[in-house]
Design a protein around this ligand. Structure first.
Ligand SMILES: Nc1ncnc2c1ncn2[C@@H]1O[C@H](COP(=O)(O)OP(=O)(O)O)[C@@H](O)[C@H]1O
Ligand SMILES: [Mg+2]
Length: 373
């Protein structure tokens, strides 16, 4: 029997645990043409949730645009991605191969370029029409065109910028101001989604930033325990295995209802368990999960400096309210030089956070690994 758990972004038609209220509220915000900042730690299910939301919106006639800013390292690249998303949506409505397509009159900054593709026969990319225009001007023109299109065609538009905080990596760029100016004028709903919360939230709650107080803040929480337990039992059953409720409760607790780890742990448990899942499978599955996750963790640690690693390890075994207290620093042999910088940097990377006045590791399984569990 195929493993019923998955480590990927969940497509809209696949089984999904709960998020019923979230879907309802987010749908309503989109319908009201409100702008929303959807944020949480990595791998909490933001992208999966957005896919589902956009599938619902699309069924109701919305034009849904999804743009991922992950690793978009230049303004040109961002412009290209926005344009690619616009054309993919429009192409589905009215084939771009048809020369008379109506909306090509509005979109003039980029043009679609078709090439043969083994899978679908034809695929397309986009390229700027003018070879001299670049960077912020491309974005400016494109956003202008999108605004005109939305108005002229009176469409309901829902636009998602995933991993939106990445634009702040573009040094000296006026992109925030330019996007904000257009977004403010458009009758559309924009969702800004992101995992690196300090950076993302700074964009919306700092007075000197263009996006200051321009959107509804919407934190995404871990999965609710009760629904998660039923989900696990149900999924194991789908894979023809019996997972007693008591065991499902332990699985949920073991990973603190963290969406990605729920799937990863259950996946590993499914692989090793007999017809009925037992308590012993939980730890064994957890160890197998860590054995594959550790490569990612090692890569994270490799990108850090000595003081940053020292602080991370200290917090993994000893969460605390005052990192800078001399007592805490002495206990963990942290040196005063650079500790504040280390804390800020780790927070920006979303590796640590202050929650209920306590500094702790954001990702509990990474924390386990750091602590040598
Ligand atoms: N509602 C859910 N039910 C079950 N699994 C989920 C749910 N939401 C997310 N997941 C799991 O969590 C993982 C991360 O989801 P993803 O949408 O990529 O998160 P994010 O965009 O927040 O980083 C995926 O592997 C997915 O299987
Ligand atoms: Mg995502």
């Amino acid at each position: 029997m195929a493993n019923p758990f998955t480590l990927r972004v969940i497509p809209p038609s696949f089984p999904f645990c709960n998020r019923v209220t979230e879907l309802k509220e987010l749908y309503s915000h989109a319908d009201n043409k409100a702008n929303v900042v959807l944020f949480s730690p990595r791998r909490y299910g933001k992208t999966s949730l957005i896919r589902r939301l956009q599938a619902d919106l699309s069924d109701k006639g919305f034009f849904t645009f999804y743009i991922d800013f992950f690793m978009a390292t230049s303004e040109n690249e961002i412009a290209r991605r926005i344009s690619q998303s616009i054309y993919s949506v429009l192409h589905k409505r009215e084939s771009l191969l048809n020369k008379g397509v109506r909306f090509l009159k509005t979109f003039k900054t980029f043009r679609p370029v078709f090439k043969p593709s083994p899978e679908s026969g034809l695929s397309f990319s986009v390229e700027p029409v003018s070879s001299v225009m670049s960077g912020i001007d491309l974005i400016d023109n494109l956003m202008e065109e999108l605004g005109i299109f939305i108005r002229k065609e009176s469409i309901n538009a829902h636009i998602v910028f995933d991993e939106f905080q990445e634009i702040s990596e573009l040094k000296k760029s006026s992109i925030e101001g330019v996007l904000r100016r257009h977004i403010q004028e458009q009758q559309a709903s924009y969702f800004f989604v992101g995992s690196r919360r300090r950076i993302l939230l700074d964009m919306f709650d700092k007075k000197n930033r263009p996006f200051y107080q321009s959107a509804i803040m919407y934190p995404l929480k871990p999965l609710p325990d009760k629904e998660l337990v039923s989900f696990l039992v149900e999924r194991f059953k789908e894979g023809r295995k019996n997972c007693p409720i008591r065991v499902a409760e332990k699985i949920s607790e073991k990973v603190s209802q963290y969406p990605y780890y729920v799937q990863a742990l259950a996946y590993n448990i499914f692989e090793i368990s007999e017809d009925t899942v037992s308590d012993n499978d939980i730890q064994a599955g957890f160890n197998n999960m860590l054995a594959s996750e550790r490569y990612g963790y090692e890569a994270v640690v490799q990108g850090l400096t000595g003081p940053q690693i020292a602080l991370l390890k200290a917090l993994a075994v000893d969460a605390v309210s005052k990192i800078l207290s001399s007592e805490y620093m002495k206990r963990h042999r942290l040196s005063a030089g650079g500790i504040q910088y280390a804390r800020n940097k780790l927070e920006k990377l979303d590796l640590i956070e202050k929650h209920n006045n306590i500094w702790k590791i954001v990702d509990p399984v990474f924390g386990c690994w750091l602590a040598g569990y």
